[in-house]
Design a protein around this ligand. Structure first.
Ligand SMILES: Nc1ncnc2c1ncn2[C@@H]1O[C@H](COP(=O)(O)OP(=O)(O)O)[C@@H](O)[C@H]1O
Ligand SMILES: [Mg+2]
Length: 254
């Protein structure tokens, strides 16, 4: 499997001297193409800090991030911004849209940054809005939407560039459960049908269970990292072994 992001010995220290706080301690983590990864931990454990660094939104104090094997620590901000805009999509509550712009304008922003032509960006933004079922709201102002609709606009904006990786920080945190389920379905559809790698920060265990990998963090350290798909394979082969043994025994009895 292709490694899309690799974090090596990441340490993040906020503040200086007496006020210094170590939010991440020597984190090593590789994310593979097509995975769905939940980053789970208590509030203040360092989840968002880790996600921001993996997503090239912030730089570590020590350590490195490799994107497709290339060292991002050596890139200038302008190059980082370009890489991020091309490869990554974000569904973050605090990264909300430009409230006075229309839904359409918000969604085509990443394409504008990528310098796509006017017609093409409109066409692609409309396609993304169709996927999240918001075609009827394209002309509305972003402020005039419900919480779930706003989150769907965020998803449309996150996918409009056809990113390799989508980062979602508590994507269902502020939503009622039915709306949260819809957002969850949308994200996992992108993963399963389009192979988009998902990295989701959550403290919702039910959401974490849907991911094929769960990374748990506590006090800035990874305390467990489990890939469920492997376990499923193991479980399946175990089941086959048991079944084969049962058939063998049954045959012996004949
Ligand atoms: N800009 C900052 N300056 C100082 N401390 C910060 C800053 N951002 C986060 N922290 C601290 O780092 C720790 C981890 O924060 P965060 O990554 O946001 O945790 P989580 O997302 O798991 O709730 C917390 O103790 C938080 O107070
Ligand atoms: Mg957080």
């Amino acid at each position: 499997m292709n490694k899309v992001i690799e974090a090596k010995n990441l340490t993040k220290i906020y503040g200086k001297k007496a006020a210094a706080f170590t939010a991440l301690k020597n984190i090593n983590l590789s994310i593979y193409e097509g995975e769905s990864v939940a980053i789970v931990g208590k509030s203040g454990s360092g989840k968002s800090t880790l996600m921001h660094i993996l997503a090239l939104l912030d730089r570590p104090t020590k350590g490195e991030i490799l994107i497709d094997g290339k060292n991002a620590s050596k890139l200038k901000n302008k190059e980082l911004n370009k890489l991020r805009n091309e490869r990554f999509g974000f569904v973050f509550q605090q990264f909300f849209m430009n409230a006075n712009d229309t839904v359409l304008e918000n969604v085509l922003l990443p394409l504008k940054i990528a310098k796509l032509g006017r017609k093409k960006r409109k066409k692609e933004a409309l396609e993304a809005l169709k996927i999240v079922d918001l075609e009827s709201k394209v002309k509305n102002k972003a402020t005039d939407l419900s919480g779930g609709q706003k989150q769907r606009v965020c998803i449309a904006r996150a996918i409009v560039n056809q990113p390799q990786v989508i980062f979602a920080d508590e994507p269902t945190g502020n939503l009622d459960s039915a709306t949260g389920d819809k957002i969850t379905d949308l994200l996992f559809d992108l993963n399963k049908k389009h192979g988009v790698t998902l990295i989701i920060v959550t403290h919702d265990e039910d959401l974490a269970k849907l991911c094929n990998r769960v990374v748990r963090i506590s006090d800035g350290k990874i305390i467990s990292d489990q890939t469920v798909r492997k376990d499923l394979k193991k479980a399946a082969s175990k089941k086959r072994e048991t079944e084969a043994a049962r058939v063998k025994k049954a045959n012996e009895r004949k």
